[in-house]
Design a protein. Structure first.
Length: 122
């Protein structure tokens, strides 16, 4: 029994000697691991910068959508209250005409018809 106590003491003495001899190395390793975790970890500096950039991008998109929403609201209001706006949409987008009016659609000029009108041969 006394022999086991001596072995335990010698083990504890050995561990104290190991810790005393390598304390600086162990502390430096621990600090290095903490720094690496703070920079590259899940909640580290790089992740925070990436999150801030994503938040800024989302904020830009929200502002852009708010502007688009305001434009659409103005267009809806104009269509509800302004007969001139309704008439413009009916004529330009739907091809409608007032009674007694005729609509003539002219095809856009192609390069061959443009050369002929300019006096050149195709």
């Amino acid at each position: 029994m006394k022999k086991q106590i001596d072995e335990k003491q010698s083990f504890s003495e050995q561990s104290r000697a190991f810790l005393h001899a390598n304390a600086t190395l162990l502390l430096a390793s621990g600090v290095a691991l903490l720094l690496i975790s703070d920079v590259f970890g899940t909640h580290g500096v790089l992740a925070m910068q990436r999150s801030q950039k994503q938040a800024a991008d989302v904020q830009k998109k929200i502002e852009q959508l708010n502007q688009e929403n305001a434009q659409l609201e103005a267009k809806v209001k104009a269509l509800k209250t302004d007969p001139v706006a309704v008439e413009r949409i009916a004529r330009e987008e739907m091809g409608l005409a007032k009674p007694g009016e005729y609509i003539f659609k002219v095809a856009p000029q192609t390069q061959s018809t443009q050369r002929i009108t300019d006096g050149q041969k195709p």
